[in-house]
Write a protein of this length. Structure first.
Length: 119
């Protein structure tokens, strides 16, 4: 009977890259929609953590839907690396909900659902 080898096989000895630990829930949210830069910048909107690229997309949607002031607030939040809730008013949340009601990419569905739940 051979002794039990309690070492974990990472595959490195066989030429495979070492296994990476699974990301934490926070890291997964932070990377949602991350582009090539691999940025971990996030902004919270209505309690939903979104990656900076997704917030940029939302800002573009808001601009095209006629809400430039709200779009500007989101762009500022990214630029200033706001890591807490974005400084938005009830009117801003309403503008986001209305704009996403007409144009809601999959990456923003969770935010839209949260805003609809609030109203």
């Amino acid at each position: 009977m051979s002794p039990v080898d309690d070492r974990i096989d990472t595959g490195a000895a066989r030429g495979f890259p070492a296994a990476q630990p699974p990301p934490t829930l926070g890291a997964r949210d932070a990377n949602a929609g991350a582009g090539e830069s691999g940025s971990l910048e996030t902004v919270r909107i209505a309690g939903v953590r979104l990656g900076a690229p997704v917030v940029r997309l939302l800002s573009e949607i808001l601009e095209s839907e006629g809400y430039p002031e709200t779009a500007g607030k989101l762009a500022d939040a990214i630029e200033q690396q706001v890591t807490v809730e974005a400084p938005l008013t009830a009117d801003d949340y309403g503008a986001i909900a209305e704009a996403l009601g007409r144009n809601c990419p999959a990456t923003l569905y969770r935010l839209r659902a949260q805003l609809l739940e609030w109203h």
